[in-house]
Design a protein around this ligand. Sequence first.
Ligand code: PFF
Length: 441
Amino acid sequence: MSGKHKYTKRDNFSSKFGVIAAAVGSAVGLGNIWRFPYVAGENGGGAFLLIYLGFIIVLGIPLMLTELMIGRKAQLSIFGAFRRLAPGTPWSLVGLMGVVAAFMILSFYSVVAGWTLEYAYIALRNGFADKSPLEIREMYNGIVEAKWKPVILMFFFLITTAFIVRSGVKNGIERYTKMLMPLLLVIIILLNIRALSLDGATAGLVFLFNPDFTVINKDVVLEALGQAFFSLSLGMGVMATYGSYIKKGESLGQTAISVSIADSLIAILAGMAIFPAVFAFGIDPGDGPGLVFVTLPGIFNQMAGGYFFALIFFLLLVIAALTSAISLLEVTVAYFVEELRLTRKRATTVATVAMIALGFLCAFYDGVFDFFDSISANVLLPLGGLLLVVFVGWFLGREVVRQELEADGKVAKYFYVFVFVIKFIAPFAITIVFLHNLGLL
Ligand code: PFF
């Protein structure tokens, strides 16, 4: 590789907080605030939460560490990383699969993110105030089923995402996530204070924290694992790409643990904001995907200070979606920069135009939306996760793993545990989920 190659000027995160803000920004998204509460609500609350947390600890943290390690070792994003670490082998196809998954996820993710923009706007002009629950449901259906509106919203959302990504890792991603993540935390705490001060809030907390194991079956367990992976942005190279911007000497283990704790905490805080309100107003927590978009606006309507809390809630959703979308776009931008030798700005334009085209298909055709959603969550992410751990556990070799962990500054005490998990436990567990998702188990 020539000394003048662009990689030599590789943009990096400038601080530890920058790394954490960007990675937590990726992990905390619609998955935490929109998906986690309704999936937990449908699957019995507390028991689901416990299993979910178990998976985060046993599989999520090791897989995140695996991805960060691959990226930092190779100093390239996911596709290039496989090419550099396993030259002349088909492993780079796994990287390519990550890029394809990023495209698919971002295209439907930005459609849902577009709805959040619309909701923030409705909240701003107090548009829920005089609406009955039925009218709110019709409003939701109207937005989702309208033809052009979701396309336009998705377009705005992607342009904003692109604006941040094109400014670079330090001056774009790090700079904005460092501002947005603290804001997100403040908002979610304010929402918690309000929700917990409602009469009858305790029933919501009991639902979230008091596990009822009678509701647990195979499907619930597998759902919890899928949710854990999606929520931590694992299985498709986002964390590998971010890992490639982390300097040697930063502890990857600490990063993986901090990010996983922050992500779980935000999911729990989202549950603690939503379930007390749901129970206080006598609504069924198992309301499905409409929980946030249909049920909550109705609740805000009846709540003192509802205007303000609706506004900050939907702002929270927009921020969460934006910082995750940034990481998805970065995967493809880094790929274009490295493989097509484009400048970052040009790569961002190309990736965004392609993304808008796919997003258009998702917004216009439900079938495409559902297909991208299910193929990425059920096939590409678990398959990607499986191949990533197999790669590091069985092909990359212990010595490389040891060096990367030692680069943290001291010999990592968890080295043996980590190797055991990624060699045996993670491949086994992920294979089971994968087979289940394909309907083979
Ligand atoms: N982790 C994000 C969320 O919880 O919403 C979603 C996500 C982002 C999934 C990036 C996968 C990914 F690569």
